[in-house]
Design a protein around this ligand. Structure first.
Ligand code: AMP
Length: 283
């Protein structure tokens, strides 16, 4: 696997790959790779001739009181895992390379970036869409793969790519979970053993909602109150939101209508904030 740290070199390599007729897939990550990331590398691999994984802990998507400094990092381990999963290139720039001194250009998708996650992390999505735009312009992919685990991010990146005429296809891969349902996340390492056990409540709450919907329940308020009770049993430090949105628009809805609803939640266990979501068909 080729490791590249500089934008100009990455662009030159991508240009060469394109000239050779190779279909390029990119998987942007913040590293500390787990099976969720690796599933996206494999998905990209199955659609493309060559896969670039990117690894960059992007400071602009962290709020001033968030975990940028302590975000887990292990480059040696990531190099090994990315190569094993089938990445041909790892692009791992440093902060100065991605944000040269004096950088003042940002990409902001208005509206949806301010709801749900955006309400609790006001500058988060501006950082995400900005860095993804930079990564797309650097790796020149035909396909970019994101995870459904971060559903709002996938929605916003897709919207940005469409509205800014990025010549790239966006593909969203399913959420990879532990056996007990906890969605894999680099941040799971922050959880104590006890918090880790209690954190399964996110998945249980989503599965409970799925069961209620299968039984015919169509009121978001009713479903939310049962989900909140179930989550409260797990003694979380705080529940930021349990939201019901229409997947096509990411607009919140109180009445569940066909074809599907996306239920998204953000819950704190100790000082760790976890998010999860599930798309549930409505007949
Ligand atoms: P991150 O390193 O957390 O920024 O994530 C990089 C990419 O991996 C994003 O597109 C995430 O949505 C995706 N991802 C993170 N966790 C999972 C998971 N459990 N299953 C599938 N994709 C994931």
């Amino acid at each position: 696997m080729q490791v590249i740290q500089h934008v100009a070199e990455m662009q030159a390599v991508a240009e060469l790959l394109r000239a050779r007729g190779k279909r390029i897939g990119v998987v942007p990550t913040m590293g500390y790779l787990h099976e969720g990331h690796l599933s996206l590398v494999r998905l990209a691999r199955s659609h493309c001739d060559t896969v670039i994984a990117t690894l960059f802990v992007n400071p602009t998507q962290f709020g001033p009181t968030e975990d940028f400094e302590r975000y887990p990092r292990d480059l040696d381990r990531d190099l090994k895992l990315a190569a094993e999963a089938g990445a041909d290139t790892l692009f791992c720039p440093d902060t100065k390379e991605m944000y040269p001194d004096g950088s003042a250009t940002f990409v902001d998708v208005e509206g949806v970036s301010a709801v749900l996650e955006g309400k609790f992390r006001p500058t988060h999505f501006r950082g995400v869409t900005t860095v993804v735009a930079k990564i797309l312009n650097t790796t020149k992919p035909h396909l970019a793969v994101f995870g459904q685990k971060d559903a709002q991010q996938a929605f916003l990146v897709t919207k940005m790519a469409r509205e800014l005429n990025f010549d790239v296809q966006i593909l969203v891969g399913p959420t990879v979970r532990e056996q007990d349902g906890l969605a894999l996340s680099s941040r799971n390492v922050y959880l104590s053993a006890d918090e880790r056990l209690r954190a399964t409540a996110l998945f249980r709450a989503l599965k409970h909602a799925e069961m209620l919907i299968a039984r015919g329940e169509r009121s978001a308020a009713h479903i939310r109150s049962q989900m909140l009770a179930l989550l409260a049993d797990a003694a979380p430090a705080k529940i930021d939101y349990v939201a019901f949105v229409r997947p096509a628009s990411f607009q919140e809805t109180e009445l569940l209508e066909p074809p599907s609803v996306l239920i998204a939640l953000a819950v704190w266990f100790g000082s760790t904030r976890l998010i999860d979501n599930m798309t549930i068909p409505i007949s």
